[in-house]
Design a protein around this ligand. Structure first.
Ligand code: TYC
Length: 101
């Protein structure tokens, strides 16, 4: 095998075993969404235990934003869509975003 093909094969193998890119899902503060609703979202969508959910909510409330978790792209996108859908149903402006790690 030529060096060129050897290199290409190594690159293909490396691509196959590469860990997936990960994304931080970040919750944003606002003045209108209730604290109870944010905790409810963190428990129901992100599967946080209630005490941890309350801590994350308070941290976001005080600092303006906060990391909720690390997920692959499609899981992060699905969770964000679920948050926005639940917030829209209750007419809250709650937003979350993702950023590549
Ligand atoms: N700041 C909101 C309030 O005082 C609570 C809140 C916390 C809203 C976190 C959004 O991501 C958020 N009711």
């Amino acid at each position: 095998m030529s060096e060129q093909y050897d290199g290409q094969l190594k690159e293909e193998i490396r691509e196959e075993i590469k860990e997936p890119d990960m994304y931080r899902v970040i919750l944003l503060n606002d003045d209108y969404t209730t604290t109870d609703f944010v905790v409810e979202v963190l428990v129901s969508i992100f599967h946080k235990p209630p005490i941890e959910a309350a801590k994350i909510m308070m941290d976001v409330h005080k600092k303006g934003k906060g990391v909720v978790g690390l997920y692959t792209h499609d899981i992060a996108a699905t969770k964000i869509a679920q948050v926005h859908s639940a917030a829209r149903d209750r007419e809250y402006p709650l937003k979350c975003i993702m950023e590549k790690v």
